[in-house]
Design a protein around this ligand. Structure first.
Ligand code: PMP
Length: 371
């Protein structure tokens, strides 16, 4: 029987899933160790009252560590919410369409499209730039002059999980408030939080497990919602009670806290970014040198987190996905509308995992040439 931790670890695969995604092994191990007795409380974190001092310590430490990691200024609140990135597609317009009720959106893929559709229920939403006609394989041309002067906010997605593109640097957005969906690259690279009014991200890619959504919001943007808005959708309610208005997703917050500490131990966001650059470079180099595989995103817009690539033949793609599986490499199938392969190499994917994928690509290509 396989019982020891070491033996079980041996059976772990390299999981390139786009989310929920692979977690850092030390985080999983610590969670396992603390499962029955979390930090001397005599109970699992899952069994703690969210009003207990033991839980509040975990909650506040996670907030403090995230503030530290991203250098979040004091005039920003960190909220721990539920409902995924998707609920933010509604909460953002419901809370921020406060003056002209106009907002300008940059359309860079499936997730901005969904956010646009939701926001259109609540205000005058204008798509200022879109790369839909390029199949979202690149970012659209965008210039600050495209933004309406009286727009309540500008909305963008930092990293496009499905298409494998990202803002390598954020454009000049002017002086208005900027909302950014960072679901698939938060904590992967340094960001200047003060350039944004609201940043949000589901935790299940780079921060932990599903069930937690982190919102970072400048204080002056809180408190503008209609009084008829359900309390759970009002940033002001959640901010006032330090995200403890009702029962928060305690275990997901605990897990995010462990991930924050893991990143701090590695050396913080700069160290994480350097590792992410090394991983992405290794994989893109293999793709660019290959005669079989090619990248699907425009080079200058390539994501560090989601690497999308293909061969010319969907059957060969399927054969490669099956071949990779025999090597313990799983979840590399591309999104259904894109096809091909997508390797999500979030923070927790080790360099060795990317190397294993590159080795599998090389071996597959060599075999393929012989046929
Ligand atoms: N935004 C982006 C960029 C995403 O990748 C996703 C999910 N893959 C979402 C939003 C939706 O998030 P959720 O499933 O947490 O609602």
């Amino acid at each position: 029987m396989r019982n020891t931790r070491e033996e079980r670890t041996m059976t772990r695969v390299y999981n390139f899933s786009a989310g929920p995604s692979t977690l850092p092994l030390p985080v999983l191990q610590q969670a396992a160790e603390e499962m029955l007795d979390t930090q001397g409380s005599g109970m699992s974190v899952m069994e703690m009252s969210h009003r207990s001092p033991s839980y509040e310590k975990i909650h506040n430490q996670a907030i403090a560590d995230l503030r530290d990691l991203l250098n979040i200024p004091e005039n920003y609140k960190i909220l721990f919410l539920q409902g995924g990135g998707t609920l933010q597609f509604s909460m953002v317009p419901l809370n921020l369409l406060r003056n002209s009720k106009k907002a300008d959106y940059i359309d860079t893929g499936e997730w901005s499209k969904k956010a646009i559709a939701e926001a259109k229920k609540f205000g005058d939403i204008h798509v200022v730039a879109s790369s839909a006609d390029a199949g979202y394989a690149r970012l659209p041309d965008f210039d600050v002059s495209m933004i309406r002067n009286d727009a309540d906010y500008v909305y963008c997605v930092s990293n496009n999980t499905i298409y494998g593109t990202r803002f390598a640097t954020f454009p000049d957005f002017g002086t208005g408030d900027v909302v950014c969906d960072m679901s698939s690259d938060i904590l992967s690279r340094p960001i200047d939080v003060s350039r944004f009014g609201v940043i949000f991200a589901g935790a299940q890619k780079n921060m932990g497990i599903a069930g937690l959504t982190v919102v970072i919001i400048r204080e002056d943007l809180i408190g503008h919602a209609d009084s008829k808005l359900p309390v759970m959708l009002d940033y002001a309610v959640m901010a006032k009670d330090n995200s403890l208005y009702n029962t928060p997703p305690t275990f997901a917050i605990y897990m995010a806290g462990l991930v924050f500490q893991w990143i701090k131990k590695l050396g913080g966001i700069d160290a994480m970014h350097a590792l992410n650059q090394a991983k992405a470079q290794l994989l893109y180099q293999a793709i660019d040198q290959s005669e079989l595989f090619y990248g699907t995103a425009r080079k200058e817009d390539r994501s560090l987190m989601n690497v999308t690539f293909k061969t010319d033949d969907p059957e060969i793609d399927s054969a490669f996905i099956a071949f990779a599986k025999t090597k313990g490499i799983v979840n590399i199938k591309g999104y259904r509308t894109v096809g091909g392969m997508r390797a999500s190499i979030y923070n927790a994917m080790p360099l060795e995992g990317v190397q294993a994928l590159v080795d599998a690509m090389t071996e597959f290509e060599t075999q393929h040439k012989k046929v």
